[in-house]
Design a protein. Structure first.
Length: 270
């Protein structure tokens, strides 16, 4: 299948998942559990086709996916989020809220993930990735909450300069909803594949050492009125589903949105 065909298929899945998500807003909602009673919408989708994950059934661990495209200098900010930005770029600021267990996030990454990374590399935007735990008990049955949390923890443990490849790997091998995945053996094997495995990384993953960072990131998402994943904010304002769909359809649409936003950074994401 050609790259354009794969992108077209991913765009179609993203559009369908967003339609399903909107239809289920009144049925499945996830409380982040802090003051204000903000509700997060489930991104659960029935029948989404994902890459098979062999861990846990005696099979081999699938290989990591290395990103080899252009990258802006990448740093991990004090709150654990990932900032990609060329030196001297003040804005616009594009923030991506995501959960590695979310099928719609996977579809967006397949359709437009490279375009987002390239926008930062080209100096067209500051791009900030903010993973958090959308799928939480008791609103969601196990193993979804644990899978979501393990994926986020490993991403927080990974070095900033390996973020692009590790995040793409998590999406490439995203477990089917309701199935186990993101097991320690996988998370560590992918780090070896990508050349950054260390004893400290293993300790961080197996000991869930970034649990507090996940909780802070989840609370921050609630404070930012994030109601589902993926949520994209441009200079502090939510992009509409239509705009996200345009980004998934064409890199040119992303460039137009960024150009129209101007160079002012978002007040909440310096």
């Amino acid at each position: 299948m050609s790259k354009s065909a794969r992108q077209g298929s991913a765009r179609e899945r993203l559009a369908e998942e967003r339609k399903r998500q909107a239809a289920r807003d009144k049925q499945r909602k996830l409380l982040l559990g802090v003051a204000g009673g903000l509700v997060l919408v489930s991104a659960a989708v029935v029948g989404f086709v994902v890459v098979k994950n062999n861990s846990g059934d005696g099979g081999d661990v699938p290989k990591a996916v290395a990103y080899t495209g252009p990258l802006a200098p990448t740093t991990r900010q004090e709150d654990g989020s990932i900032l990609m930005s060329k030196e001297g770029v003040a804005g616009p600021t594009l923030v991506v809220f995501e959960d590695f267990q979310c099928p719609a996030c996977k579809s967006l990454d397949e359709a437009a993930g490279d375009a987002l990374l390239k926008a930062a590399a080209d100096g067209k935007a500051r791009v900030i990735y903010r993973p958090f735990q959308l799928f939480k008990a008791p609103s969601f049955a196990e193993p979804m909450p644990s899978v979501s949390r393990r994926g986020a923890n490993a991403a927080f443990c990974a070095p900033a300069d390996k973020w692009a490849s590790y995040a793409k790997t998590l999406y490439a091998h995203q477990p089917v909803e309701g199935k186990n995945g993101f097991e320690n053996a996988e998370l560590l094997s992918w780090a070896r594949d990508l050349g950054f495995y260390s004893a400290d990384f293993e300790k961080c993953v197996t000991g869930m050492e970034k649990a507090a960072d996940i909780d802070k990131a989840t609370k921050y998402a609630e404070e930012q009125n994030v109601q589902g994943t993926p949520t994209l904010k441009l200079n502090g304002k939510d992009l509409t589903q239509e705009q996200v769909g345009q980004i998934a359809s064409s890199p040119a649409a992303l460039d137009e949105l960024l150009a129209a936003a101007g160079s002012s950074p978002a007040p909440s994401d310096q």
